[in-house]
Design a protein around this ligand. Structure first.
Ligand SMILES: [Zn+2]
Length: 312
């Protein structure tokens, strides 16, 4: 017999608004196999979990080992203690209030864990990504929206309401209307949607964030200005965070981080001009796991909870 049949496996699931990604990892968080499927976001929580289980099943059949735990990263506000979705965006039907971990545990027969997708991203990057084994990190995701999460003293710091590190929705970044209904939030400058909107306001042309980045690379002054504003905003959010909780490192992921050659020089210049109060420069790194960060991070949370000697 092969030892591979005894090894522990961890499943990681990323439930996004359009796509559900599933990975199967070994005990070192190497991705052994993966699959994805469309998220049936309009058909309710049970259908969404069923879709994830349907693509996970063949991976489990083909991969030697025994499933030990399953982690899920999901957009929205989640209660990671009870494994329930608390608040979901309008694009999801029957998701808010759904007991995600209960449904998974019933189907898989192993413990399941639920995290907000940005928190899962940070579990991934600190466990096996760009900030592996670092203790004090701010995680930022620049996607459709702007997400933030805090890793403090070697563990996720969520705060009493799960909102710690949510830098996307703090004010002080102008006066534009945010997707959440607030005004002047960082998200109005730095999300993919906002980058497109800010460019359209300047030029009358509607482009995606990726197209704005391509225009900036060609020297388009309006596109460059939009990315400058995004980078300056991100830098100010980093300085504020560093002043409150003291961090050594910032890791940035999400689709907009593909424009790293445009963004990072702006953020670094802004950080150099206004350094954190600690006097220690903050290290800025790009996600090491890329689009795997959320599902691998979800698996990492399960592995952490089920580590030998972990508190029950
Ligand atoms: Zn907001």
């Amino acid at each position: 017999m092969n030892d591979a049949y005894d090894r522990r496996l961890f499943a990681g699931v990323d439930i996004g608004g359009t796509t559900t990604q599933v990975v199967l990892c070994d005990d070192d968080l190497n991705v052994l196999d993966r699959a994805e499927t469309a998220t049936p976001a309009d058909r309710g929580g049970r259908a969404m979990i069923r879709a994830a289980l349907d693509v996970l099943a063949p991976l489990l059949e083909h991969t030697p080992g025994r499933l030990t735990g399953c982690g899920v990263g999901a957009a929205g506000v989640v209660d990671s203690a009870t494994g329930r979705i608390l608040v979901a965006s309008d694009s999801f039907t029957g998701w808010a209030g759904f007991g995600v971990t209960e449904a998974l545990e019933e189907a898989l027969g192993v413990p399941a864990f639920l995290d907000n997708d940005v928190n899962a991203f940070l579990y991934g990057e600190t466990s096996g990504g760009a900030v592996r084994d670092e203790r004090d990190v701010l995680g930022i995701t620049l996607g459709t929206g702007v997400g933030g999460a805090l890793w403090s003293g070697g563990a996720l710091f969520t705060g009493p309401h799960g909102a710690a590190g949510e830098i996307g929705h703090i004010p002080g970044f102008g006066d534009l209307l945010c997707s959440c209904g607030g005004r002047g939030h960082l998200e109005t400058l730095a999300s993919g949607r906002s980058i497109g909107a800010r460019y359209a306001e300047r030029t009358g042309r509607r482009l995606t964030a990726r197209e704005v980045a391509q225009a900036a690379e060609r020297g388009d002054e309006d596109a460059l200005a939009v990315f400058r504003a995004a980078g300056d905003g991100i830098a100010r959010a980093i300085v504020m965070t560093a002043g409150v909780v003291d961090i050594t490192t910032v890791v940035v992921g999400g689709g907009v981080s593909r424009a790293w050659p445009l963004l990072s020089p702006v953020v670094l210049a802004s950080l150099a001009a206004e350094p954190p109060v600690s006097g220690h420069p903050v290290r800025l790194v790009r996600s090491g796991l890329g689009s795997d960060a959320v599902p691998v991070g979800a698996a990492a949370r399960a592995r952490r909870e089920l580590a030998v000697g972990a508190p029950a």
